[in-house]
Design a protein around this ligand. Structure first.
Ligand code: NDP
Length: 451
């Protein structure tokens, strides 16, 4: 079909999505990115068009919005808004994280829930897609305040989740501490000990390698991409953004594979350590971010390196970039700078960290570029493995889980190559992930009728 006809179909489809979901710009962005890859495929496979699969997949099965009142340490009542978007359950119960961040709104959670459907499908595990969270900001709150918020949040959420229905996990602002408080309250209310949340503590149902999984998985995926060019992490300069869960373990694995990670960031700025963030310095980052809950600026003060207030790291020369903070953190101009400076591999650890303009730059220059829905799927994969271990009531060793994670990332890479390889041999991983993730869900929806 001609290029301009396909473009018109995309525009018509997007016009309907925008009219139905006004103002939800992140959701529009995520849908457009997927639908752009899918429309040509669907034209060649009319069964999906006839069954209006795309129209159904862009409408969440259910959206729950609720009030979360809690008492702060001064005894004052605070009110936040809670959400759970149950997007698609065609191939398994809803699965996806809970984000706690002041920027959280329905648009962001719908974009994340939509992406999650494709990501979970790619993992090869039977998981549907969902996402939730709140505009609550855990930063600067005491442990008791975080606990009271989590208990109030779960008091409402409990009505909609369960180990065979919807299994939330962590995301930005939701780490082991928050999962613990949420799980404790679920257990009190339901009087049952089940695998209703993942990312649990090791001595109460958690899986080994779950904390590491997203960051490690991202590096495993990047390594698979590098191998297609006869390359590896050995001796490469690596930029990483963020300094939370994903960034920390991406740094650890990239360093183990011989890479030199020279940047980390948070929402206030980035640090540049030209000697590399070695094991000892990374231990300090773990302490700084997970225990002290401080700012990345303190790394620069401790090690005497440069700190760039209010900036992002993409102007530093590198071979590989692993964005691991948040959505839309690389714009078109920054993408141009990366490519100009010799960066030839971008592996997304965060969800949708590259703007559409940035993605265009990566694809135009034919560098190795993997979208988050493929390369950050390691987290939800090990969450899926945590669910399996909970159902069996039997834990696996770290080696077993890590091997399964590695195999899953390789399988996702193969799926992307299968659906994304173009005539000239270039692998468009974005297209590959979108089509590869779509087919399994769409076929399940066809099997299940008009639901
Ligand atoms: P964390 O909360 O542990 O860390 C988030 C990091 O990103 C922090 O350094 C934070 O800085 C920074 N950040 C957050 N918001 C912004 C912003 N608006 N601008 C600049 N920096 C920001 O979260 P995770 O590491 O778990 O998540 C990071 C990304 O990875 C997210 O996109 C998430 O959806 C994605 N992801 C996470 C998975 C997981 O298993 N944890 C699984 C798959 C994807 P600050 O402290 O200043 O806010």
């Amino acid at each position: 079909m001609k290029e301009n006809v396909l473009k018109q179909k995309l525009n018509d489809f997007m016009a309907k999505v925008i009219a139905k979901n006004p103002g939800e710009v992140e959701f529009h962005q995520a849908v457009k990115e997927v639908v752009e890859s899918l429309i040509p495929y669907i034209e060649e496979h009319p069964k999906y068009k006839e069954a209006k699969i795309l129209e159904r997949m862009t409408e969440p099965e259910r959206t729950i919005i609720f009030r979360v009142p809690w008492l702060d340490d001064k005894g004052e009542i605070q009110i936040n808004r809670g959400f759970r978007v149950q997007f698609n359950s065609a191939i398994g119960p809803y699965k996806g994280g809970l984000r706690l961040h002041p920027t959280v709104n329905l648009s962001i959670l719908k974009f994340l829930g939509f992406e999650q459907v494709f990501k979970n499908s790619l993992t090869t595990l039977p998981m549907g897609g969902g996402k939730g969270g709140s505009d609550f900001d855990p930063k600067g709150k005491s442990d008791n305040e975080v606990m009271r918020f989590c208990q109030s949040f779960m008091t409402e959420l409990v009505k909609y989740i369960g180990p065979d229905t919807d299994i939330p996990a962590g995301d930005i602002g939701t780490g082991g501490r928050e999962i613990g408080y949420l799980f404790g309250q679920y257990k009190r209310l339901k009087q049952e000990f089940t695998g209703v949340l993942t990312g649990k503590g090791l001595n109460w149902g958690g899986s080994l390698v779950r904390p590491e999984a997203t960051g490690y998985g991202n590096v495993y995926f990047a390594n698979e991409m590098l191998k297609t060019k006869g390359e590896s992490f050995e001796g490469k300069t690596v930029l990483i953004s963020g300094s939370g869960n994903v960034a920390q373990y991406a740094t650890k694995k990239a360093t183990q594979l011989g890479g030199k990670v020279v940047t980390l960031s948070d929402s206030s700025g980035f640090i540049y350590d030209p000697d590399g963030i070695d094991e000892e310095k990374l231990e300090y980052v773990f302490y700084l971010k997970n225990t002290k809950r401080g700012r990345i600026k303190e790394y620069a003060e401790k090690y005497g390196v440069e700190y760039y207030e209010g900036q992002r790291p993409w102007g530093i020369k590198c071979d590989i970039a692993l964005p691991c903070a948040t959505q839309n953190e690389i714009n078109g101009e920054e993408a141009e700078t990366l490519v100009k400076n010799g960066c030839f591999c971008v592996g997304e650890g965060a969800n949708m960290p590259s703007t559409p303009e940035a993605v265009e730059v990566f694809l135009k220059n034919k560098i190795l570029y993997s979208p988050g829905k493929a390369s950050n799927a390691g987290g939800v994969s090990v969450s899926g493995l945590e669910m399996t271990q909970n159902s069996m009531r039997l834990p696996w060793s770290a080696e077993e889980v890590d091997k399964k994670l590695h195999d899953i990332m390789k399988s996702i890479h193969s799926t992307c190559v299968k659906y994304g390889k173009e005539k000239d041999g270039f692998v468009n991983y974005l297209k590959g992930a979108n089509i590869g993730g779509f087919v399994k869900v769409a076929d399940a929806m066809l099997d299940q009728g008009a639901v």
